[in-house]
Ligand binder design. Structure first.
Ligand code: SF4
Length: 350
């Protein structure tokens, strides 16, 4: 019989499970608190549960934990990049960023990714598998335990396309923001998508108050298709309609992520096209100086080009920010720490 992934269960589901085991309902509350509030590392830490119950749980359930393979700590701003090993030996990346408003953790939602965005290291080896809700939660729990500091913001923007792992994503958000766990406000949770239209529309119906970030990266279909294969499936018109729908349904303003790549999407004609594209949207543009990856020959836009692009947007009445670079000295684009770890292991194998 397959074991139950206990940390992915909601409180009512946990009550049912314990009922089947012949336990009193209040035990479910204690167990839930150990897992999601006290962030216990194992069943053995749950000292107010009987030894007998702990043994029964070990027999019937898996308890998701992550092993820290390495942590890179920035000397500039104390950003921490974690490489975690999952129970099945796969590795994933998470990042802790420190802001004035609190600690923010960027998590992965899949092992690898199948979306194939040209500027991204996470997709170079394709998709390995989806992460479970407990594996997404555990990235945050592990970091909070490691630092002893509260995590107040979460961005699902690491490796993986969250909408490609939709059900686990929703369950993760509900466990993270619900009562009895870390209870992180949904307004402090951001989910980033490359533009999977049915996913955006479905998410709009979930009655969540999270922020949706769209990886836009180009102001027209032609350039976007060059950078992001998903753009061959959904046109910008369809994506923009879905974004409008998301705002209508949730009242939440969107973030439009735009990575600036020299000579590809950073000239002023493209800035004007971007203004036309999003002027009737409710949201703001976040410009990201692209992080070069060695497997591709994309180059980050120069400082002047970034300034000019930003100024044109601002003058046209668009809210715009340039993403502050965190952990410059431990740099590497999203997914690169994992990629170099896997490449090193391969070399050793050979
Ligand atoms: S940018 Fe996101 S969606 Fe695109 S390949 Fe990378 S992880 Fe996947």
């Amino acid at each position: 019989m397959e074991k139950t992934d206990i940390k992915s269960l909601t409180l009512p589901e946990l009550k049912d499970l314990l009922h089947e085991m012949g336990e009193k309902p209040f035990r479910a509350g204690q167990l839930y608190q150990w897992m999601h509030e006290k962030l216990a590392a194992s069943f053995d830490e749950m000292t107010n549960l009987s030894k007998e119950l702990r043994e029964k749980l070990k027999e019937n359930c898996t308890y998701t934990t992550l092993r820290t393979v390495c942590v890179k700590i920035s000397k500039i701003d104390d950003t921490r990049k974690y490489l975690f090993e999952l129970n099945d030996g796969n590795v994933i990346e998470s990042v802790l960023m420190r802001y004035k408003h609190g600690n923010s953790v960027c998590i992965s939602s899949q092992v690898g990714c199948r979306m194939g965005c040209r500027f991204c290291a996470s997709t170079l080896d394709g998709l390995e598998r989806n992460l479970t809700p407990s594996e997404m939660l555990e990235q945050i729990y592990r970091i909070q335990r490691d630092t002893g500091e509260r995590v107040s913001n979460v961005v699902v923007m690491g490796s993986g396309e969250p909408m490609d792992n939709y059900d686990n994503l929703i369950r993760f958000i509900r466990l993270l923001s619900g009562e009895g766990g870390l209870s992180i406000s949904q307004r402090n949770i951001t989910v980033s998508t490359c533009g999977i239209v049915p996913g955006i529309r479905k998410l709009a119906e979930e009655k969540l108050q999270i922020t949706l970030a769209l990886s836009l990266h180009a102001p027209n279909d032609e350039v976007r298709r060059e950078l992001m294969p998903i753009a061959r499936r959904y046109s910008l018109d369809e994506v923009m309609d879905a974004c409008r729908y998301y705002f209508e349904k949730t009242g939440r303003r969107l973030t439009f992520e735009y990575s600036l790549v020299q000579g590809v999407n950073d000239n002023l004609d493209e800035a004007r096209a971007l203004v036309r594209l999003i002027k009737d949207q409710h949201g703001h543009v976040n410009l990201i100086p692209v992080n070069p990856i060695k497997e591709r020959d994309y180059v980050r836009s120069g400082r002047q080009a970034i300034e000019a692009f930003k100024n044109l947007l601002e003058k046209s009445g668009i809210n715009v920010t340039v993403r502050r670079e965190m952990g410059k000295d431990i740099d590497g684009a999203c997914g690169q720490l994992r990629k170099s770890f896997i490449d090193d292991e391969r070399k050793e194998g050979e």
